[in-house]
Design a protein around this ligand. Structure first.
Ligand SMILES: O=C(O)CCC(=O)C(=O)O
Ligand SMILES: [Fe+2]
Length: 365
C-alpha cells in the first residue's frame, strides 16, 4: 500500500502593518506584456531604469498560481514546526568551506553590547538538475516533486523573461543571460524557506537590525510576498533606507552582485537589511519564501563585451578588473562570499575582511 502523504493544511498569512512607514518607491514589471515587441520594449525600459536607480522592483503576472505559492509557504512552515533535533540532522555539511544547501541555524551575535543572538533559521534546496544531492526530511521528500516543479517554474516563468528583458535593454542577443542561467547546467541556485523567530518587545528595543545590511551575491533574488514589514533597502543614489511594502500577487526582486559585476556597475546590487518589524507585527514569526538565482559556476565575472549600451555609457571595467587581480568565476565568488557570510564573525576584522585577492567584503549598518 502506498504511504499516505501527510496533509499540509492551508497557510494563513499575517495581517499587514497599520503603521505608515517610509516605503520605497518601486516600479512593477508586468510579465503579461511580453507577447508583442512593443510590450517587451516597454517592460525592458521599466526594468532597466529600476536596475540602474533602485536595484529592487516588483514583478506581477508571472504565471504561477497563488495556490502553488501557498503550498510552498505551508511546506516551509511544516519544516520549521519539526522538532529541533530532526532539523539539525539536515545541518549543512562543510559550512566552513562555503557550502550552503541544507539547514542553517546560525546563532551568531547580532547585538554586540548585550550579546543577543540571531534567531533566523534557513533551509536551502539546490537545483534538481542532477548536480546536487537531495537529502530532506520526510515532510519535504513527500512533496519533492512539487518543490522541483516550483523551482523550475521560477526559472521558466520569472527568471528567463527577466533575463530576456535585461538583454534587450542592454542591446545584447536576447538569449545572452538565459544562456548563462540554464536550469540544466551547474549553478548554486537555491530555493529557500527562511524563518525569523520573533524576539520579545524588550529584546527588540535593544536590537538595531535582525539582519545587517548586505548585498546578495548572485543574479536576481526573488522574494515572495512578505506581509511582515522588515525588509529595508538603501537607495543607491541617496543612501536613504526605505521599507519594502508587501504587494498582493507580486514578487519583490533584487539585482545582485553577479549582475553588477557583469555590467561594471550599471545594474545595482542594492544594499538591504532586515530591520525590527513595526510594533503591531512583533508578536509573530516571519516566514519567508525566496529563490536565489546565479550564473553557471564556470562563468567569469568579467564585464560583458558587446553591449552598445554599456559601451556608450562608459561601463566597461568592473571592480575586479580595475584592481588588477584575477577576475573570479561565479563558483569562486560564491564560495568566497558564502564562507565569509557564515564563518568568522568572532574575528575582529570580519566586517571588512578580504575574501578574494584584493577584494574586501563589507557589512553595512
Ligand atoms: O527576509 C527578507 O526579507 C530578506 C532576506 C535577505 O535579504 C536574504 O536572505 O538575503
Ligand atoms: Fe539579501
Amino acid at each position: 500500500m502506498p504511504v499516505p502523504v501527510p496533509e499540509l493544511g492551508s497557510y494563513n498569512y499575517v495581517e499587514e502593518t497599520k503603521e505608515n512607514l517610509d516605503w520605497a518607491d518601486l516600479v512593477t514589471v508586468d510579465l503579461s506584456q511580453l507577447s508583442t515587441p512593443e510590450g517587451k520594449r516597454a517592460q525592458a525600459d521599466i526594468l532597466i531604469s529600476a536596475l540602474k536607480e533602485r536595484g529592487f522592483f516588483y514583478v506581477k503576472n508571472f504565471n504561477i498560481s497563488q495556490e502553488r505559492v501557498n503550498k510552498q509557504f505551508a511546506l516551509g512552515k511544516a519544516f520549521y514546526d519539526l522538532p529541533q533535533e530532526e532539523k539539525d540532522v539536515f545541518t549543512v555539511k562543510g559550512i566552513e568551506r562555503g557550502n550552503y544547501n541544507g539547514y542553517v541555524n546560525n546563532k551568531r551575535i547580532i547585538e554586540e553590547k548585550t550579546g543577543l543572538r540571531s534567531q533566523v533559521e534557513v533551509y536551502n534546496i539546490p537545483k534538481f538538475n542532477g548536480d546536487f544531492e537531495h537529502h530532506h526530511p520526510a515532510i519535504i521528500d513527500e512533496h519533492l516533486q512539487e518543490v522541483e516543479e516550483f523551482s523550475r517554474s521560477l526559472h521558466s516563468e520569472v527568471l528567463d523573461p527577466l533575463f530576456v528583458l535585461l538583454a534587450l535593454a542592454l542591446q545584447l542577443p536576447e538569449d545572452y543571460f538565459t544562456n548563462i542561467h540554464q536550469y540544466s547546467l551547474k549553478s548554486e541556485d537555491h530555493l529557500r524557506y527562511m524563518k525569523y523567530n520573533k524576539f520579545t518587545p524588550e529584546q527588540n528595543k535593544l536590537i538595531e537590525n535582525w539582519v545587517h545590511g548586505h548585498t546578495d551575491l548572485g543574479s536576481f533574488t526573488l522574494l515572495f510576498r512578505q506581509p511582515v514589514a522588515a525588509l529595508q533597502i538603501r537607495y543607491p543614489s541617496t543612501n536613504e533606507w526605505k521599507w519594502v511594502k508587501p504587494q498582493d500577487a507580486t514578487l519583490t526582486v533584487n539585482a545582485c552582485d553577479a549582475l553588477q559585476s557583469l555590467t561594471a556597475g550599471y545594474v545595482k546590487s542594492t544594499i538591504h537589511r532586515v530591520a525590527v518589524p513595526p510594533k503591531d507585527q512583533q508578536h509573530v514569526d516571519r516566514l519567508g519564501l525566496l529563490y536565489f538565482s546565479r550564473p553557471h559556476n564556470d562563468i567569469s565575472l568579467s564585464t560583458i563585451q558587446g553591449s552598445p549600451v554599456l559601451q556608450r555609457e562608459g561601463y566597461t571595467q568592473n571592480e575586479f578588473e580595475a584592481s588588477g587581480n584575477p577576475v573570479p568565476t561565479m563558483e569562486e565568488w560564491t564560495f568566497a562570499k558564502q564562507k565569509w557570510q557564515r564563518t568568522g564573525y568572532e574575528k575582529s576584522d570580519h566586517k571588512t575582511a578580504q575574501i578574494l585577492p584584493g577584494w574586501k567584503e563589507k557589512i553595512y549598518a
